[in-house]
Design a protein around this ligand. Structure first.
Ligand code: NAD
Length: 491
């Protein structure tokens, strides 16, 4: 049985799961609310253990035939999947804007094209993967990557379409079947993705969607011993729970988690460029894992840099994310907004100074003003913990050793930014312990490159060949070069 579809800003959305090639309703539902103005958007199915069981059962059933198609056989399905996303480009843009508060303009020009690429690039790349042959005097080793089986994909609310496709693309391209658990604070574009999979004619069971809260639907999913892999993006606390649960079944996990990345401005930096890029850290209201939220600025240039950044911030347009002029939209949920305010209030109580912002923004109930805090110590909570809101901290340094120590002085290690003379910036970057770091730039990403963090920012890498390493099992078929004589003394 399926529940009636509903309309959100002119887009027809199913509130249901998508299991075994059809829509499946739940008796339990949860409310989906827009962060822009708290408008209720619809009641979404909340998956029970029976739903997760049905989804994994269907995915397990579909696995052999999907794997047996090989990369060439899967390619046309995945191209049709990407085409179906493209045909709904405007619908995805509107929906994620209303549901998650992401800028509609950014969706249309950045995220939707990238979501299509996430599917097609990996499907095409899978075609180029060759078995590796290792020749030894004794034998020929035929080393290949086999699809692992049923993959659980769990995504957060801050970039639901981008992150779902980033994982589903390589998982399906390498021959796995997928169960996606959508984020409960922004579930709607995942539902549209299931429409695309259906329209593309993916065989039943190849792609499933489960809706529901993490501690119910997500927890039931990751407890399933039939999973071959879990690919998770979200918070450290949830990752610890998932890793512990998966360990009981020895299921490998890829964990892409939070960040507290440094944004380093060396004394020899182009300050106009550095300030312009630092202003981007407020993008998506700061709800971006890879943002460089800790500004580490050389003491000689801190005044000039701060003035330039202030000028950037004064020009930022806070508003409705559906409006093309808006640069900063809402915080996803009132609870998240209160969390952001709590971080700022505790920092100020501990001696931090608010350079700008520090409170809610008058545009709406779920808006927070772009904020800069200074007069901080390295051990302060706001320097150590991910805020996930439009809040930057500023600390100064005088030498490379000091900035490297500050940059490395948290438990996180996701990304980073370093502005300065290129050779100097690269030299500093090589000493910062992190998964990636941009020199005189920000946000350049390529699907061929590895992505992921170290320390509390995650375990594993996805992207390019690294995605295939994770989603596949490596098998060595050994063919002897001389006739083999069985003997107990043979090692
Ligand atoms: P979250 O951990 O609360 O939720 C993420 C997903 O996990 C949601 O779908 C949720 O329903 C699910 N979940 C929650 N509890 C679960 C459980 N017990 N079992 C299974 N699933 C469960 O994270 P969030 O608040 O949605 O997202 C914000 C976090 O994500 C931030 O820390 C951010 O830095 C991180 N993030 C990281 C990256 C990256 O690439 N490293 C990208 C985006 C966001």
């Amino acid at each position: 049985m399926s529940a009636p579809r509903f309309d959100v800003a002119g887009v027809s959305v199913s509130p249901d799961h998508y299991i075994d090639g059809r829509r499946v309703a739940s008796d339990d539902t949860f409310a989906c609310v827009s962060p822009i103005d708290q408008t209720p958007l619809g009641d979404i199915a909340s998956g029970s253990a029976a739903h997760t069981d049905a989804a994994v059962t269907s995915a397990a059933r579909a696995f052999s035939a999907w794997a047996a198609l090989g990369a060439p056989g899967r390619l046309p399905y995945l191209q049709r999947f990407a085409d179906a996303i493209g045909r709904r480009a405007e619908a995805f843009a509107v929906l994620e804007s209303v549901d998650a508060g992401v800028l509609r303009s950014r969706m249309a020009h950045g995220v939707v094209p990238r979501a299509m690429q996430n599917i097609t690039w990996f499907a095409e790349h899978a075609m180029t993967l060759q078995d590796r042959v290792i020749e030894t005097p004794q034998a020929r080793h035929l080393v290949r990557h086999d699809p692992a089986g049923v993959v659980a994909v769990i995504t957060p609310w801050n970039a639901p379409l981008m992150l779902a496709t980033w994982k589903i693309g390589p998982a399906l391209a390498s021959g796995n079947t997928v169960v996606l658990k959508a984020p409960e604070w922004a579930p709607l574009t995942s539902s549209l993705l299931a429409d695309c999979a259906h329209e593309a004619g993916l065989p039943p069971g190849v792609f499933q969607l489960l809706q529901g809260p993490g501690n119910v639907t997500g927890a039931a999913l990751v407890s399933d011993a039939r999973l071959a892999r879990i690919s998770f993006t979200g918070s450290v606390a949830t990752a610890k729970w998932i890793a512990t649960t998966a360990a009981a079944n020895l299921v490998p996990c890829s964990l892409e988690l939070g960040g507290k990345s440094a944004f380093i401005v060396l004394a020899d930096a182009d300050l106009d460029a550095a300030a312009a890029t630092a202003g981007l850290m407020y993008r998506n209201a700061g709800q971006v894992c890879l943002a460089g939220t800790r500004l580490l600025v050389h003491a000689d240039v801190v005044r000039a840099f701060t003035d330039k950044l202030r000028a950037q911030v004064e020009r930022l347009v806070v508003g409705d994310p559906r409006d093309g002029a808006t640069e900063i939209g809402p915080i996803i949920h009132l609870r998240q907004l209160e969390r952001v305010q709590g971080f700022v209030d505790r920092a100020v109580a501990g001696g931090a100074r608010v350079v700008w912002g520090g409170t809610r923004h008058p545009f709406g109930a779920q808006y927070f003003a772009p904020t800069l805090l200074t007069d901080l110590r390295q051990h302060d909570e706001i320097v150590q913990q991910e805020v996930f809101g439009p809040v930057l901290t500023l600390q100064t340094f005088v030498g490379d050793d000091e900035v490297v120590e500050l940059a490395n002085g948290t438990d996180y290690g996701l990304g980073g930014v370093c502005y300065g003379d290129e050779a100097h910036a690269i030299a500093v970057a090589q000493r910062v312990r992190t998964g990636f770091l941009w020199i005189n730039s920000f946000g350049i990403r390529d699907l061929a490159a590895p992505f992921g963090g170290i320390k509390r920012s995650g375990i594993g890498r996805e992207g390019g060949d690294w995605s295939f390493e994770f989603f596949c099992d490596v098998k060595d078929v050994i063919v002897p070069k001389q006739p083999f004589k069985a003997s107990f003394s043979h090692r």
